[in-house]
Ligand binder design. Structure first.
Ligand code: TYD
Ligand code: MG
Length: 461
């Protein structure tokens, strides 16, 4: 067969070009053209024309009404690692493709080795393909994890075609590709790790998963900006995308489902990195609180919702006199949102920070995406500005709008109950979230507007 020739496809609009260009000729986007091996050297226009029948699109096929198709439940195998099964939506799915991303050294290889060993012990043959480490290094890790006499097959290989052939001959139930950035296909001339290679290898592995029922887990690198290296299409291609989060300096790790065709998204699994690998934390609601014996200024506890469970996270703010161009920095929270909240504070609550540096941090390396963090961010900023701590046992949540209104957060009752369970005693919440019946142990103040929340907190001093 003729070796396939490269064509360049725009990752934005799908337009093609026979050679690489900085700007897409179709949609004028910059740096979007990526190499792809879809054109045959025979000069045809697409794969179909490789048969020599240009324009022939195959025979018409019978179609089936949706109602006549039987909806079969997907077969899942729980790995036995409860926190991982939770983010996967119950377990590994036959023929499912999972992409798992995260910073280097965060624990991707560790978690996957633990998972495949657990699956192998349940009788599911597993293949661990390592492109980054040698077999000896993987073995060393397995000894450290205490996985004695593990029967997981290890293959140290980076060429896609050889990996596919090995899968065909050994017939595993699950294959780990650690990592997709180290793999390369013979079909393309570009180097491993290039966008074209990553995409092509992932596409082949996905096709193999779907046609054979082998579950595939791809490990992906994360760029400095926090996105998975490689084109966005990688995330579109797979069934499930998991991200490892957390501060490498602390022992806690979060695994978050960003996309899941077989389960709920934004579900999180919480782990602690120990001497013997990752251990699930089954009751994580209080791990993101720092341990102050007395309340300190600039600290406010937020009850956030991660997937189906409430988590208490301490938000810290430091407001300090800045230079001519004051800085606004946030860790774990959106910086644009911080700028917006400062503008709302100024306009609707008369709290001006224009000449101040403002730093905001979510404790423990957790990333908070939900807008219900707004009120906690604002109250921690005002607390730091005044140099006055919030009352002991104080929690809050609620979104703040540009007009200074406080909007309700989903599942307020659950958040309040979790906080009460952990011994928090005072809450400021959006009016619509105030429960009809009191919750034992916690005094709830309902507010409509941000200035109301700020003066209410002052009154609690
Ligand atoms: P690793 O799984 O290699 O990270 P990744 O594949 O995401 O790059 O994890 C490596 C880190 O985890 C390393 O800093 C050592 C630490 N670690 C432990 O603390 N305990 C253990 O049992 C293991 C295996 C690793
Ligand atoms: Mg690794």
């Amino acid at each position: 067969m003729a070796k396939e020739k490269s064509v360049y496809i725009c990752s934005e609009c799908g337009g093609t070009s026979p050679r690489w260009l900085g700007k897409c000729p179709s949609c004028n986007a910059w740096n979007t053209l990526v190499e792809s091996a879809t054109e045959s050297a025979g000069g045809g226009k697409n794969r179909l024309s490789q048969t020599g029948r240009t324009g022939y699109a195959g025979q018409a096929q019978a179609v089936t009404p949706l109602a006549a198709i039987e909806a079969t439940e997907v077969a899942r195998t729980p790995s036995g690692i409860a926190e991982l099964d939770r983010v996967l939506g119950g377990g590994i799915v036959e023929g499912g493709v999972v992409l798992i991303g995260g910073d280097p050294g965060i624990g991707k290889s560790t978690l996957l080795l633990q998972a495949v060993d657990a699956l192998q012990r349940q009788g599911l043959p597993a293949l661990y393909v390592t492109g980054e480490e040698s077999g000896a290094q993987v073995a060393l890790r397995s000894r450290r994890l205490g996985l004695d006499n593990s029967q997981v097959d290890v293959l140290s290989e980076i060429q896609l075609e050889k990996i596919l052939a090995t899968c065909e001959s050994t017939q595993p139930a699950i294959v780990i590709i650690d990592s997709i950035q180290t793999m390369y296909s013979d079909q393309l001339s570009s180097a491993p790790g290039s966008v074209a290679q990553v995409r092509e290898c992932a596409a082949h592995l996905t096709r193999m998963a779907k046609s054979t029922g082998i579950a595939v887990v791809l490990v992906g690198h994360v760029t400095k900006e926090g996105a998975l290296a490689g084109p966005r299409v990688l995330e579109h291609m797979v069934d499930t995308v998991l991200y490892f989060e957390g501060d490498t300096h602390s022992s806690f790790r979060l695994v978050r489902a960003i996309k899941n065709r077989f389960g709920a998204v934004n579900e999180i699994g919480v782990f602690a990195m120990t001497e013997k690998g990752l251990k699930g934390v089954s009751n994580p609601s209080a791990i993101f609180l720092s341990q102050h014996s007395e309340p300190v200024p600039g600290s406010c506890v937020l009850v956030t919702l991660e997937g189906s469970r409430p988590l208490l996270v301490e938000i810290q703010a430091l407001v300090d006199s800045g230079g001519p161009s004051p800085r606004r920095l946030s860790v774990g929270l959106d910086r644009d949102r911080l700028a917006m909240l400062l503008a709302v504070l100024n306009r609707h609550a008369g709290v001006a920070c224009a000449d101040q540096d403002v730093f905001v941090n979510a404790v423990g390396g957790v990333r908070i995406g939900e807008p219900a963090a707004d009120l906690a961010v604002m109250l921690s900023i005002t607390s730091s500005l005044r140099g006055k701590a919030l009352p002991k046992g104080f929690i809050t949540f609620g979104e703040v709008g540009l007009a200074g209104e406080v909007r309700p957060a989903p599942r307020g009752q659950e958040r309040l109950k979790e906080a009460a369970k952990l011994g928090f005693t005072v809450a400021v919440v959006p009016k619509a979230n105030a429960p009809k019946k009191p919750i034992e142990g916690i005094t709830i103040h309902a507010v409509d507007r941000v200035d109301e929340a700020i003066s209410l907190v002052r009154g609690l001093d």
